[in-house]
Design a protein around this ligand. Structure first.
Ligand code: NAD
Ligand code: UDP
Length: 308
């Protein structure tokens, strides 16, 4: 039986990853400080003998003595709301937290995955975004704390790989959605669903013509696992290449929820990327991975969760 350590286990993606690994017969240790995660995301595992949740902030070195085979570091606040609320903590979590996890990987010979983001491409000038693109990031803007945190995380991951031969991989995750997102998280899917189910106007930032490409969480988790099982060390985009405008997304959510309230237009936050779509050629070639869940299907599953 393999042992996996999941940092950020009580979060949206982390909790789905824990479920996935337990189904694959892993022994799983979860670390979380609950800054944006919730114990209830894992409450169904309370009796599971193969799972242990430790309350821990990864900006401190973890105290783990058992043999670890795989480390998934997903710990980080990820919503633009947090970029204003806790920018220093975001930077520290990537800098100190990923360094601690790389040390642990070095000492236990584990393979480690760093959860990076499409935000490393900033407001991209190249479209769709391929891994070889270096990005267009404003380091001192409102999103700089997150973008540069993740860029540092990637840099130190490659440094440990080159210097200490640590077995590393980097997932550049594009916008992902599904159940267990906090309704108050501030990202577009929880905002739109919370508004739509209570028949309120959806809050469109700017003119809504900016684009995103949304990946359903089960596809993303399968991609993270495939990357971990591979021998790849290069950053790999994981996301769904179906690109849409935020207006199209809003209209689709209104349609499936039967919401008829007119949209409400609000100012666009600074540095909000205008276009985002992953090239997933690398993931297809090296992992044999591509997303399977279509937008309408994924949104319907997500609606069931927001309707609870
Ligand atoms: P989330 O906020 O639901 O989960 C993050 C989890 O990490 C939370 O449970 C939080 O409490 C925990 N955490 C944060 N800082 C910590 C620390 N210092 N020590 C211990 N635990 C800590 O967010 P998510 O959407 O599930 O994102 C998970 C990861 O994926 C993040 O690293 C994020 O940057 C990355 N990512 C997510 C998306 C997306 O669309 N969801 C896109 C790109 C990248
Ligand atoms: N957005 C919006 N209304 C909202 C929340 C977000 O129009 O209530 C827009 C936001 O400006 C961005 C896109 O939706 O262009 C995705 O935002 P999110 O915060 O989910 O993630 P991002 O990709 O910007 O990190």
């Amino acid at each position: 039986m393999k042992t996996a350590l999941v940092c950020g286990a009580a979060g949206f993606i982390g909790s789905h990853l824990v479920d996935f690994l337990l189904q694959k017969n892993y022994h799983v240790i979860g670390l979380d400080n609950f800054v944006t995660g919730r114990k209830e995301n894992l409450s169904h595992l309370a009796e599971n003998k193969n799972f242990r949740l430790i309350e821990w902030d990864i900006t401190n070195a973890p105290n783990i003595s058992e043999k670890i085979d795989e480390i998934y570091n997903l710990a980080s606040p990820a919503s633009p709301v947090d970029f204003t609320k806790r920018p220093v903590f975001i930077l520290q979590t990537a800098a100190q937290g990923q360094t601690h996890m790389l040390e642990l990987a070095k000492n236990t010979n584990a393979r480690i995955l760093f959860a990076s983001t499409s935000e490393v491409y900033g407001d991209p000038l190249q479209h769709p975004q391929v891994e070889s693109y270096w990005g267009n990031v404003n380091p001192i803007g409102i999103r700089g704390c997150y973008d540069e945190a993740k860029r540092f995380g990637e840099a130190i991951t490659m440094a440990y790989h080159r210097l200490h031969k640590v077995n590393t991989c980097i997932a550049r995750i594009f916008n992902t959605y599904g159940s267990r997102m906090r309704p108050e998280d501030g990202r577009v899917i929880p905002n739109f669903f919370s508004q739509a189910v209570s028949k309120q106007s959806l809050s469109i930032y700017g003119d809504g013509k900016q684009t995103r490409s949304l990946c359903f969480v089960s596809d993303l988790v399968a991609g993270l696992y495939a990357l971990m099982q591979s021998t790849s060390h290069e950053p790999t985009n994981l996301g769904n290449p179906r690109e849409m405008t935020i207006l199209e997304l809003a209209d689709t959510i209104n349609k499936i929820t039967g919401n008829t309230a007119p949209h409400k237009f609000l100012p666009l936050p600074p540095d909000d990327p205008k276009q985002r779509c992953p090239s997933i050629d690398r993931a297809k070639t090296t992992l044999g991975w591509e997303p399977k869940v279509g937008l309408e299907e994924g949104l319907k599953h997500t609606l069931e969760y927001f309707n609870q």
